[in-house]
Design a protein. Structure first.
Length: 276
């Protein structure tokens, strides 16, 4: 990881690693792309002709390692990694699309700067039944400490959700677990954490289920998650404010967007290109 210090803060990137990846794949002269995925991209199994499994796995593995400092490619890498056991030409084309996007800004990384507070916030979102193969949903979250992005994740849920509210509710539970871990880590380090920590969600139905004390039949299948979230709320550990979909920063961890939506989210995540 490359570190650069400036009056603005500390900048983390992997520019050399990315350029070496272009050299190994012979894509130094490729045409750059604005986004890592085309909007509304949904990959399926066994699309196109089979490709070399070992080469595909090595390339995707390199991208997984790169995503540790590139949250902008996290969802795209998560999608192509689901087909490492049986890759086809369509999946390889999606991998090349990620490389073309990296070519547009190989030095992009995360800026950590001082914002004058130690607040802990998390944005959670979900894409309901987005996988055409098994109709499972994708959860995504990103966590901020003191206004700086410190953790993020994009992962397909382990069960099929029967409603968008259920999908969002499971994503909220994952986000709260991350918030509690970050809060405990800060306390161990002796850093101030003023409760409650905030979990931002853009689904009013999921927020209503948390506040509703009555256990309905339609929420029995998520009863454990519901009680877990409600317990933390009643203890004053967390609060769950509503956020408009246009301000939902976790969106890029659950689906593909066009440049006009994708670029502003990157700026809000604290991502920049020091080499631009």
């Amino acid at each position: 990881i490359e570190l650069a210090h400036s009056p603005s803060g500390i900048f983390l990137s992997r520019r050399k690693y990315t350029l070496d990846l272009f050299t190994e794949t012979g894509m130094l002269g490729c045409k750059p792309a604005d986004t890592p995925l085309e909007p509304n991209t949904h990959l399926k199994g066994q699309q196109g002709d089979p490709v070399d499994k070992g080469s595909y796995q090595r390339l995707v593995g390199r991208l997984i390692y790169l995503s540790h400092t590139r949250p902008d490619i996290t969802f795209a890498v998560s999608m192509v990694s689901q087909y490492m056991h049986d890759p086809h030409s369509t999946h390889l084309e999606a991998v090349y699309r990620i490389l073309r996007y990296l070519k547009s800004a190989p030095g992009r990384g995360i800026l950590f700067s001082k914002h004058g507070h130690w607040s802990v916030d998390c944005f959670t979102d979900a894409d309901w039944a987005g996988c055409p193969d098994d109709r499972r949903s994708t959860s995504g979250y990103c966590t901020f400490v003191g206004g700086n992005l410190i953790s993020w994740r994009s992962k397909k849920q382990s069960v099929v959700a029967r409603s968008s509210a259920e999908t969002e509710f499971r994503a909220m539970a994952h986000g709260i677990c991350e918030l509690l871990w970050v809060r405990g880590l800060l306390q161990d380090l002796g850093l101030p954490t003023d409760p409650p920590v905030r979990l931002y969600c853009d689904n009013k139905s999921a927020i209503s289920i948390v506040h509703n004390p009555v256990q309905h039949d339609r929420t029995k299948h998520i009863e454990i998650d519901r009680h877990f979230i409600k317990e933390k709320m009643e203890a004053g550990v967390i609060c769950i404010p509503f956020v408009q979909s246009g301000s939902q920063l976790a969106d890029i961890f659950t689906k593909g967007f066009g440049f006009k939506i994708f670029c502003p989210i990157l700026s809000k995540l604290g991502m920049s290109n020091i080499y631009a």
